[in-house]
Write a protein that binds this ligand. Structure first.
Ligand SMILES: [Zn+2]
Length: 173
């Protein structure tokens, strides 16, 4: 029995959920047999000098980094081991957990881990005293609620997974 044919790859994915195989017909008319097979990997990753950032999230703290050169003193909301302006080493600092919406995008499609949450907002958040922005999810609001400068505050996952998803932002009440 030949698997059913589709010209839309999303329909191919749906068919894989149903039967495990499908034929994808591309614009040139080429038919490709597509199958689903299990694949699993245990990826061991060291955060190395970024560790304090993720350990901080688990304690409900947002850590940035500050350039140690007094005449520079850049503050990074996305931590850096060394200053991007002058190259000096940085030290860890606590950032405020309240900030403002600098920019955002609403994602209607995402990687597998985020598909269940679509549509979701990704925000660039700015903080008083910081010279760079932090990219994180913005929850509890829709695309039409968002505006540049909107006050936001951090929320931390009570069950941290040591991932950037341990922090997200919501509109400030
Ligand atoms: Zn610097």
């Amino acid at each position: 029995m030949t698997p059913p044919k589709f010209t839309n790859f999303r329909e191919v994915i749906e068919e894989l959920d149903r039967s495990g195989s499908a034929l994808f017909v591309d614009k040139a008319g080429v038919e490709s047999l597509v199958i689903r097979s299990p694949y699993s990997i245990q990826y061991i990753h060291s955060y190395a000098e970024d560790s304090a950032f993720f350990l901080g999230l688990a304690e409900g703290k947002l850590r940035g980094s500050k350039c140690t050169k007094k005449s520079c003193a850049q503050v990074y909301a996305t931590p850096r081991g060394h200053c991007m302006v002058c190259g000096s080493p940085t030290v860890w600092i606590d950032l405020p957990t309240r900030g403002r919406l600098h920019s955002w995008t609403t994602c209607h499609f995402g990687s597998e881990a985020f598909l269940k949450e679509t549509p979701y907002n990704l925000a660039l958040v700015e903080f008083d005293g910081a010279n760079s922005l932090l990219l994180a999810r913005l929850k509890d609001c829709t695309e039409s609620d968002c505006y540049v400068g909107m006050p936001v505050e951090a929320r931390f996952d009570p069950k941290p997974k040591y991932s950037i998803t341990d922090i997200w932002f919501v509109p400030s009440k």
